[in-house]
Ligand binder design. Structure first.
Ligand code: 4AD
Ligand code: MG
Length: 459
């Protein structure tokens, strides 16, 4: 088609006699004899200015065009005399593609609150901020695939419907089938199992990922995961995306190195490929953003044994809401104190007490800690959780027993330790948490297109 995206038009080296622009009107301004439209087509943050000379023929529809309308414009790309922008369009033809009623269109020129915009999640990507967030989300996903592809990791699609609980935390959504002939009567829900078996939405693709790492050597998953934790926090969603690499012949040190490389790679990619969108966040959301991201890509992440982390927190003189002792899980306030206040760069805490970690983590020689790691980053706290896996069949079976778990559903997982077992490691990176770190957006609901949190299922 003849159409040019605004991003490309704005990068034109020379004026153009004829271009076709299609997009949505952000604002319309009338002056004597002229109208000005600011049009955005989603390709970039910047709008293109369309100038319409009302005396020229063919602009009958102009009076029907308001904020929110979809338009098609044919015109000349000409140098803009105004400051700030190099190009503008002098319209020769203008077509209203889809009208928007100015009385009822919810997005007017003023700035709207994030809370209000959540109630119109279907329209919020038409604002500068949300357009930028979701372009950055897309670029980040691309960066992840590129990172792993460059390192020979195979992308594995692990199941969404599963029979086992990876984290053993019982935070699963149960999946039921409806009986034949079921019609919604309003009398409540039917509870039926998945064709006669208990099924859940996956909380993590790790266990299945391990099977593929123990054959393809290095793999990653990248898909939606689900947690039925009813926690109304700015960092937890019921549905979120996780990146989970898993690799064979790798110990905890290799795991920490891979995690650090990945976070730096993603951050650098966004700095290089989303500069215009990032500027918006640096200007309006968090003025320290650029300094912090640039600092992250050049700094060496701190590697801190859990035991020492506890000492630092205890000796910090800070008044924490939750006290810390050996054996307590770190809360967001502790995590942020470590990476923001104390070290001012990302921190990898490792060797956690086994009492607060799942069954699959490798038990250390002290028999008190496991080879676990959490990567803590500014603005977010825990971005990554991972570990070296327990590859010794006897130790693994003993851990399952100690935790009072039923071994039966893990028969295939134990097979991996029976046949050609190998030291291996992996981690999970919360995709939305990364987006919060890189944009400074403080609520996870604002980096997911249609967030699933307690009380939000409208869309
Ligand atoms: O620490 P988690 O629970 O680790 C696992 O699920 C492992 N099986 C991963 C692995 O080793 N393959 O979760 C990993 C990351 C967290 O660090 C956090 O960033 C994110 O996933 N996360 C959530 N993000 C949004 N909402 C939630 N409810 C989240 N729960 C975890
Ligand atoms: Mg965790």
């Amino acid at each position: 088609s003849e159409r040019i995206r605004i991003k490309d038009a704005l990068q034109s080296a020379a004026p153009l006699d004829r271009i076709v622009i299609k997009g949505w009107v952000r604002t319309k301004r009338d002056a004597k004899g002229f109208s000005f439209l600011e049009v955005n087509d989603g390709s970039c943050l910047t709008n293109i200015q369309i100038i319409i000379d009302e005396k020229a023929a063919g602009f009958d529809e102009l009076k029907l065009i308001h904020t929110g309308a979809a338009v098609a414009v044919i015109g000349k790309l000409a140098e803009s005399p105004g400051k700030g922008q190099k190009w503008e369009v002098h319209a020769t033809e203008l077509q209203l593609v889809g009208a928007a009623d100015p009385e009822t269109y919810p997005l007017q020129k003023k700035r709207h609150s994030d809370e209000f915009l959540r109630t119109i999640a279907h329209l919020r990507p038409r604002t500068n901020k949300y357009g930028a967030i979701f372009r950055i989300r897309s670029e980040s996903a691309f960066a992840i695939h590129q990172f792993f592809h460059e390192r020979g990791f195979v992308y594995v699609h692990t199941p969404i419907l599963t029979g086992s609980d990876c984290e053993g935390a019982g935070e699963m959504f149960r999946v039921t089938t409806l009986p034949p002939g079921y019609t919604k009567t309003g009398e409540g829900m039917y509870e039926e199992d998945f064709f006669g078996k208990e099924a859940n939405l996956t909380v993590s693709g790790q266990l299945e990922g391990e099977a593929y790492a123990c054959s393809l050597d290095r793999i990653y998953t990248f898909g939606p995961t689900f947690r039925a934790e009813n926690s109304n926090t700015p960092r937890h969603a019921a549905e979120f995306w996780m990146i989970e690499p898993e690799f064979a012949f790798a110990d905890l040190n290799d795991n920490m190195a891979l995690a650090e490389d990945l976070v730096k790679y993603m951050t650098e990619y966004i700095l290089n490929h989303c500069a215009e969108d990032l500027e918006l966040f640096a200007k309006y959301v968090d003025q320290t953003l650029m300094g912090s991201l640039n600092n992250l890509v050049v700094s060496e992440f701190v590697r801190l044994p859990y035991r020492e982390a506890i000492q630092i927190l205890q000796q910090s003189g800070q008044k924490f809401e939750f006290p810390v002792n050996f054996g307590t899980d770190l809360q967001t306030e502790h995590e942020r104190f470590l990476c923001e206040t104390h070290f001012n760069k990302p921190v990898i805490v490792y060797n956690f007490p086994k009492t607060i970690k799942p069954f699959y983590m490798r038990v250390n020689d002290d028999n008190e800690t496991v080879a676990a790691m959490d990567v803590l980053v500014p603005r977010v706290g825990e971005l990554i959780g991972g570990s070296q896996r327990e590859e010794r069949l006897d130790v693994l079976k003993q851990r399952i027993q100690e935790l009072g778990m039923d071994e039966t559903p893990y028969w295939w997982y134990l097979d991996l330790r029976r046949f050609g077992t190998v030291p291996h490691s992996g981690f999970g990176l919360g995709f939305e948490r990364f987006l919060m770190m890189v944009t400074g957006v403080a609520n996870i609901r604002d980096v997911i297109p249609f967030p699933r949190t307690p009380k939000s299922l409208d869309f």
